[in-house]
Design a protein around this ligand. Structure first.
Ligand SMILES: Cc1ncc(COP(=O)(O)O)c(C=O)c1O
Length: 408
């Protein structure tokens, strides 16, 4: 099985790491791994303070709550994102203001930001979509400082060591959001950290997080089960064993979905308002140890795709970028997806509606059709190719695409 969405990070050593932890239930909630992971992130992110949560969405929820904003405060967020970013805003009775994107880095357009920025905007979320540095990042940050906005730089999709040097921790109201969810560039199945140099907020956030409970043992067990099971499913999908196991795990509710049914209905799920447990930190340690290796693999595959898709206008700009997935705009998406599926290749579609996933009723997140036209156009054409794969697999993918795709 070749899939962009399904378990992109899991290899045999991750599966084995998980199995080992399954037999140490006394270390599932608390233990030394969290301190080790915290130390590594501390080192990587120039000694800034990290507060840990079970998921990016609950980290964002906790940060917005700790910031104690007046109800109705406006939060600027791009209209090409995931509901995990927006539901915390809605549930806290804040107001998302959707800013359109540009097509080069799929991030906030400075022109649309200038149109939508008003005095009651309090926070701006600067998303690094697919792990790309936003094209207008510097201008956006300048604007945000000028308007005294609180800046949340959303690095959930990924980051590299070079980028860390340019983060703006010198700004008082500046926060970075990391995610270690299963489809992100480093996976501990669930997990997140907020980084900041703002001591009072860091202390308040830390205090808040320490009052949260740990996930229940069954929840942690299911997270640990995810790595070996998903690895086995991937390995045996094409010979139908994996497909049957996948079906069974869903029927028996053995794995926790990345987005819960409640969230798909547009409701924030408080099940993620939990502390980050030691067992997941243990999984993250291995992923962090492999960071250089996965970065090199992703860079190599991005360069390969860019060499093949000559019509992709961004190909030069993405040279050597360790994107989490490779975005491509195609005019005939359904045809491409059908052809790929026939060859057991499953492409991702981040994002096929301005606030994903597709099942979400956009009214629930206060998104008005037409408010971000560029994002809406991109949503109708986007496919994402997997990056954490071998060159041989990438060749198979480009062959399929060259046969059928009308690249935009
Ligand atoms: C851009 C972005 N930020 C934040 C998040 C939240 O991450 P998590 O899945 O850890 O809640 C997501 C989730 O997919 C995301 O796409």
């Amino acid at each position: 099985m070749i899939s962009t969405d399904f378990a992109p990070n899991e290899t045999w050593d991750d599966a084995w790491q998980s199995v080992k932890m399954m037999f140490k239930p006394w270390l599932w909630k608390q233990g030394p791994s969290l301190k080790q992971v915290d130390w590594q992130i501390h080192q990587l992110f120039a000694n800034n303070h990290a507060t840990w949560f079970l998921a990016g969405r609950s980290a964002l929820y906790s940060l917005l709550k700790t910031l104690n904003l007046p109800p109705g405060s406006k939060i600027l967020v791009q209209g090409y994102t995931c509901e995990a970013v927006v539901l915390p805003i809605i549930v806290l009775k804040l107001k998302p203001v959707y800013v359109d994107i540009e097509k080069e880095s799929y991030s906030m357009s400075i022109t649309d930001l200038n149109k939508k920025l008003s005095d009651d905007c309090k926070v701006i979320i600067i998303q690094h979509t697919y792990g790309l540095v936003p094209k207008f990042r510097e201008q956006i940050i300048k604007q945000a400082i000028g308007k005294k906005l609180i800046i949340i730089e959303d690095l959930a999709h990924g980051w590299d060591k070079d980028r860390i040097k340019n983060l703006e921790f010198r700004i008082q109201n500046y926060f970075c959001l990391l995610s270690f969810g299963r489809s992100k560039s480093l996976s501990s199945v669930f997990g997140s950290a907020i980084l900041t140099n703002n001591k009072p907020i860091a202390n308040a956030l830390n205090h808040y997080s320490k009052k949260l409970q740990y996930p229940r043992k069954l929840f942690i067990f299911k997270c640990l089960l995810y790595k070996p099971i998903s690895y086995f499913i991937k390995l045996t999908y094409d010979i139908y064993i994996g497909e049957s196991i996948h079906y069974l795990t869903r029927k028996l509710n053995l794995l926790i979905p990345e987005i819960t049914p409640q969230e798909k209905l547009g409701k924030y799920n408080i099940v993620f308002n939990k502390q980050y447990p030691n067992a997941l930190a243990y999984l993250l340690l291995l992923q962090l140890n492999k960071l250089d290796h996965t970065t090199t693999t992703r860079q190599k595959i991005v360069n390969y795709y860019s060499g093949v898709f000559k019509k992709n206008a961004q190909k030069e700009k993405w040279h050597n970028k360790a994107l989490i997935r490779y975005p491509l705009l195609v005019d005939n998406r359904n045809q491409v997806l059908n052809k790929a599926t026939m060859e057991h290749v499953y492409f991702g579609q981040w994002y096929n509606q301005p606030i994903a996933p597709k099942q979400l009723d956009l009214n629930k997140v206060e998104y008005k059709i037409g408010s971000c036209p560029i994002a809406e156009e991109v949503c109708s054409k986007i496919i994402n190719l997997p990056n954490n794969i071998s060159l041989k697999t990438a060749r198979k993918i480009t062959r399929i695409l060259n046969d059928v795709a009308s690249i935009n």
